[in-house]
Design a protein around this ligand. Structure first.
Ligand code: PRX
Length: 679
């Protein structure tokens, strides 16, 4: 079954933006041979306050031998993102169209926002930011749950040319502090808290902790704006009866059951109080094509997170184009991406891509399991969703409950199913295809990264015959290659390092404040290519299969992290001398963390120590990083030069005695000891 080729549904193909492989090939060829003409045509659909000159449309250097790396699209042009996403849609008669349906954690909490209202709220909040002294180029940190104020805050930043840096609401106060300090944010926007399932997260308290740490390191955030989200949930009188409840329109007068939120009068202010005074219009600040749009932190293999920097014009046209073609979005469709906005998937495919297409989408605050394990299917049914974009880890966790829960709901509106975050195994692919899509939907297995800004390898729903587990072919403008260890291009069938030969409009431009690290991380391994850090295989039909990370990175439930960042938390413990972390395959999460820990002389490895270490990783990085296994390791397998051989540790983690050559180890006996100590 997994080897079979699944052709697009002919009904879907007939009406699709890209209807056949032939059309895909023609368009791809044009995008590579004549990028100015290809992207120039698309750029005409957007508003440019100043036009670009054609000879400057596209320039780059990918080869460190030729000097510094740079990537520029549409130099000379000026525009404003929020103007293109909001004003333009309102002006062309879509003001009353729904931009976002908001579905709360509790099924009784829901709301919606039209394009006109979204524009107004954006302008009002842009004025609030201005009143706090935020100017073009200033960084604004955002630590929020999946509520409508989150896209409003992002769009408000773009309105005035400020650079947002959204930090995923599941990160710890340490991680938040580190990111705020790195980008030197002037303002922080958050909410009092949020319920995820039955769990209450007090976000403002986490922010307070983070801001204390930030201050101790000599940086001060001038203002913290707090959405009273729990207050409006806790207060039944604040609920607007009828169709709209508890969204942006909900009032926040406080209620008796509201939790304690710590407060600094000189620094903190409530969102709803600031908005009361704010003017409903705000003239957009025109920014240059290559002005920064946002910074989004992603894990780096040396531990310190990398501030991936995206700029304005190229990101806009790439987000818009990938959204249109990869989800085959048509006016009137309802689209839903389950990703948190705190990740790149949420930036590009919850906020920017859909709005650039005037789309209607769902923003979901909750979890797939609350109040019941059929929540996803009930939301698809409720909003009559046409395109549904989620992650393999979510699919695998829902497969466990069988297809009975899926069958309870009408999913017949679905046309396109998307997958992102990690390789999708063929079992999960087939279950998604057969039981959720009833064999009628195309599956878009989209390969991309925080760094790529948008999809780079993906099928197109009406055109690409699918193979379960293959991300298939490059998107327009993208030229992938597979390289061997020595940097030689592998032609035809084969497996190697996945790299790209030239930039597409939406790719990152730098690492914030550290262009050197940008160059060494992505361009030093193979000169002339952007190196993804992933391996891939090309089959006899030319299909690309991404096989996973080939650096010291782990992918747990689609969350990327480095072994180094987890190891450094473990070794901070006073009882720990050394630690080595590897990944172990996991049936739902894809990979999980398996940690080897050597206690200090005289210290005993105990369950208590193991529990403490797990808690420490949760606290320092975030709950998603909690290790599954902490194993006692009196010694680690090291080469004579002292390098830990992780290859052997990975074998021990899965209990595979076939460890291969151990002759280079300083002490071979260590391997047997570690097998014996497996928990
Ligand atoms: O290893 C690849 C994996 O996720 C990494 C990027 O993670 P991040 O920057 O957090 O962005 C995730 C969402 C775009 C990649 O280097 N990855 C992502 N999508 C796929 C994938 N691996 C295989 N197939 C995919 N479809």
């Amino acid at each position: 079954m997994a080897d079979r080729i699944y052709n697009p549904n002919p009904e879907l193909a007939k009406k699709a933006h890209c209807k056949s492989m032939q059309q895909y090939k023609t368009m791809h060829e044009k995008s590579i041979e004549y990028p100015e003409a290809f992207w120039g045509e698309i750029a005409k659909e957007f508003y440019w306050e100043t036009a670009t000159s054609n000879d400057k449309f596209f320039s780059y250097n990918f080869d460190l031998n030729q000097g510094d790396i740079y990537i520029k699209w549409m130099e000379g042009a000026t525009t404003n993102l929020s103007f293109n996403l909001l004003d333009k849609n309102v002006k062309c008669g879509n003001g009353e169209k729904i931009a976002f349906y908001w579905e709360g954690n509790d099924p009784d909490d829901y709301s919606k926002l039209t394009y006109k209202k979204l524009l107004q709220e954006t302008c009002m909040f842009a004025n609030v930011l201005k009143s706090k002294g935020v100017q073009k180029g200033d960084r604004v940190a955002i630590y929020m749950p999946m509520i409508l104020e989150l896209p409003i805050a992002m769009l408000a930043c773009t309105r005035i040319g400020a650079v947002h840096s959204v930090v995923f609401g599941g990160y710890s106060s340490d991680s938040l502090a580190e990111r705020i300090m790195d980008c030197k944010a002037k303002v922080l926007i958050t909410a009092d808290g949020v319920f995820r399932g039955e769990k209450l997260l007090l976000l403002k308290n986490i922010c307070d902790d983070a801001l204390t740490k930030v201050k101790a390191h000599g940086h001060e955030v001038e203002c913290c704006v707090v959405v009273g989200h729990l207050r409006r949930l806790a207060n039944p009188h604040g609920k607007i009866t009828g169709e709209t409840k508890n969204g942006v329109n909900g009032t926040s007068n406080g209620g008796s059951s509201e939790p304690n939120v710590s407060w600094d009068d000189d620094r903190d202010c409530w969102w709803h109080e600031e908005m009361e005074e704010a003017e409903p219009s705000c003239y957009p600040v025109w920014v240059a094509a290559e002005d920064p749009l946002f910074i989004l932190y992603t894990s780096g293999s040396t531990g310190k997170p990398k501030g991936v920097l995206h700029t304005t014009a190229g990101y806009l046209i790439y987000a818009a184009t990938t959204f249109k073609y990869v989800f085959d979005y048509k006016p009137g469709d309802v689209y839903w991406c389950t990703a948190d906005i705190g990740w790149i998937t949420g930036h590009t495919y919850v906020v920017y891509g859909p709005l650039a297409n005037g789309a209607t989408s769902v923003i979901f605050e909750g979890t797939p399991f609350y109040p019941h394990n059929d929540r996803y299917w009930s939301v698809i049914d409720k909003y009559k969703v046409n395109q549904f974009y989620t992650a393999p880890t979510a699919i695998r966790s829902l497969m466990k409950f069988g297809d009975e829960l899926v069958k309870k709901h009408d999913l017949s509106t679905l046309k396109v199913l998307g997958s992102v975050g990690e390789p999708i195994n063929s079992e999960a692919w087939l279950w998604f295809y057969n039981h959720v899509g009833h064999g009628k939907c195309s599956i878009a297995d989209t390969f991309w990264q925080t760094e790529t800004g948008g999809h780079v390898i993906t099928p197109l729903p009406g055109a690409t015959p699918m193979k379960p587990g293959s991300a298939t072919f490059p998107f327009f403008g993208v030229l992938p290659e597979l390289l061997d260890e020595d940097g030689r291009v592998i032609e035809g069938e084969g497996e190697g390092y996945l790299v790209f030969r030239r930039p597409w409009p939406g790719m990152m431009r730098s690492l914030y404040g550290n262009h050197d690290r940008f160059q060494t991380t992505y361009f030093d391994r193979f000169h002339g290519f952007y190196c993804t850090g992933d391996g891939a295989r090309r089959d006899a039909d030319g299909y690309l299969w991404v096989t996973g990370r080939i650096d010291d990175m782990l992918n747990v439930s689609g969350h990327l992290m480095s072994t180094a960042e987890v190891e450094s938390v473990l070794t901070e413990h006073s009882d720990v001398a050394e630690a080595a972390v590897v990944s172990k395959p996991h049936p739902v999460k894809g990979q999980c963390l398996y940690c080897f820990v050597t206690p200090n002389e005289g210290r005993i490895f105990s369950k208590q120590l193991s529990d403490e270490l797990k808690r420490k990783v949760r606290e320092k990085i975030g709950p998603f990083a909690q290790p599954d296994v902490i194993q006692h390791a009196p010694g680690l397998p090291k080469t004579r030069s002292g390098k830990i051989m992780r290859r052997i540790l990975r074998k021990i983690a899965i209990g595979d005695k076939n460890v291969g050559d151990v002759s280079t180890l300083a002490d071979e006996a260590v391997v047997d000891v570690l097998f014996q100590l497996r928990p």
